[in-house]
Design a protein around this ligand. Structure first.
Ligand code: HEC
Length: 458
């Protein structure tokens, strides 16, 4: 058997180390090795009626895509989890990535001719999700407690971008704290035209909020982005490919009776007429388990406002933004936001003592995927006031960027999909000094535990 493999290896020019191993590598088959991975990591999207272009349930479904699967998986494009695994925070609540072993298995399956193997080895099938299902439901949180819909908009086949801003009532009879929110386009087709959708809460029920509206000039009526601890009344921002926001235990957003949602939906024509809007699903804290702290959604800028953005045709560009945290804070998540030329984003904390800490880096940003990386409770960065949040953004306006509609265009800052922008959406919880010290001590106690000796207590 071994001899046969060796001669086969020679014929195929296989790498020697594989064959030199004690146990010769068994052929990887779809039924036994690959199907369980697809079931766990791909099928929630790759099944009929879900958001992906093809199903990856049966061997017959998957086989024609083998080459493309290898390419997307090996380049870490699929599943759409693009955060760099070598720097910054590495523990997440919603990690959908493949392990190195899983990637290796898939690559070896394709390289080995993508064989089916014995159909009896197939894992029992998983139930299919319904059309346009909530990510929260797929991830086991159950259906939302409340769903609020916006009015629909009909986008013609060809049209300039539209910002659709209807209002919706929230039918609440008593105050409720929100534990998790998710926005989704109201139907599967609408996923093609809705680039992003923001749900603002209209009543300002937060006595501590500093919603500084700009009083004059071209940005009159918008929120002041320089108010960097800007506690804006956003419930949630959603963009293509994002799932839900899930707040840390003990933190959330408050909704009160009479509250409304003001929508801001960016709609982009795609060559066919499509009607749709957005809806937000809300999961509440149980009564009696209300959190103590509010979580604020902050868009940390990756662009120095005084320099703005200037991306020449057929070139790469880079910008940076700096925002000072005026209070102690925990950062709960990271969601890079760009338009079509976005290439990479890094968030770094520059601490008051001058030291630097990389928080997260997404090196292969893909416009189709504004993935939200939600940090594990104990891994979420805890930062003292005075920390500078430094966002670096890289843009690719060359032909190499597959999402680039026209590399011969100059690109500047703007709201249209063909314009560019860069910010890091992060949910932030603020703490006074006493609370901050208590949190630090709690962290220290937790990180000290596993080393059950006194050696490394710093
Ligand atoms: C969160 C949903 C989601 C998950 C999870 C996911 N995909 Fe995808 N996949 C998509 C969507 C949507 C597209 C089409 C848009 C794009 O190309 O990014 C796609 C595109 C692809 C393509 C390119 C198809 C083509 O046109 O060539 C391949 C291959 C692929 N996925 C494989 C996988 C594999 C393998 C997994 C699991 C290891 C996986 N995907 C997990 C949603 C998903």
């Amino acid at each position: 058997m071994f001899a046969r493999l060796v001669s086969l290896g020679v014929v195929l020019g296989m790498a020697a180390p594989v064959l030199a191993a004690d146990t010769p590598a068994k052929p990887v088959t779809f039924s036994k090795d690959v199907a369980p991975i697809f079931q766990a990591k791909c099928q929630q999207c790759h099944q009929p009626n879900s958001i992906a272009p093809m199903s990856l349930i049966t061997y017959q479904d998957a086989r024609p895509w083998a080459r493309s699967i290898k390419e997307r998986v090996a380049s870490h494009q699929m599943p759409p989890w693009h955060i760099d695994k070598t720097v910054g925070v590495q523990k997440f609540k919603n990690d959908m990535s493949l392990s190195d072993d899983q990637i290796d298995t898939i690559v070896r399956w394709v390289d080995g001719g993508a064989p089916q193997g014995d159909p009896k080895d197939m894992p029992p099938p998983k139930p299919l999700v319904t059309d346009n299902e909530w990510q929260g439901v797929r991830d086991g949180f159950g259906p939302p407690d409340l769903v609020i819909k916006s009015a629909d908009y009909t986008m013609p086949a060809q049209h300039q971008d539209v910002w659709w801003r209807p209002m919706s009532d929230i039918p609440l009879t008593e105050p409720r704290w929100v534990r998790m929110v998710e926005i989704r386009p109201s139907n599967l087709k609408a996923r093609k035209i809705i680039h992003h959708s923001i749900a603002y809460l209209v009543l300002n029920n937060d006595p501590e909020a500093v919603n500084t509206l700009i009083a004059s000039g071209p940005n009159r009526g918008r929120f002041d982005d320089d108010d960097l601890v800007n506690r804006r009344p956003q419930l949630m921002e959603w963009a293509i490919g994002k799932g839900y926001d899930l707040y840390r235990p003990g933190t959330g957003k408050l909704m009160v009776p009479g509250e409304k949602i003001a929508w801001d939906q960016h709609i982009h024509a795609v060559g066919e007429e499509i009607t749709g809007g957005s809806e937000v699903g809300v999961w509440f804290y149980k009564k009696g388990e209300e959190p103590k702290k509010r979580s604020y959604l902050v868009g940390f800028t990756g662009i120095d406002r005084s320099k703005m953005l200037d991306i020449p045709p057929n070139s790469m560009a880079m910008t940076e933004g700096f925002s000072v945290l005026k209070e102690n804070a925990i950062i709960e998540n990271f969601q890079p936001h760009f338009h079509l030329r976005g290439k990479a984003m890094q968030v770094e904390a520059i601490l008051p003592d001058g030291s630097r800490q990389t928080i997260s880096y997404v090196g292969n940003f893909n416009f189709n995927w504004m993935t939200n990386y939600i940090y594990d409770d104990d891994a979420a960065p805890l930062l003292p006031k005075g920390t500078v949040i430094h966002v670096s953004a890289w843009y690719d306006n060359t032909r190499a960027n597959k999402n680039n509609p026209d590399p011969d265009q100059w690109v500047g800052y703007g709201d249209r999909t063909v314009d560019e922008m860069a910010h890091a959406w992060m949910n932030v919880v603020f703490f006074n000094d006493d609370e901050y010290k208590a949190l630090q001590a709690e962290r220290k106690a937790k990180t000290a535990k596993p080393t059950n000796d006194n050696e490394k207590q710093q």
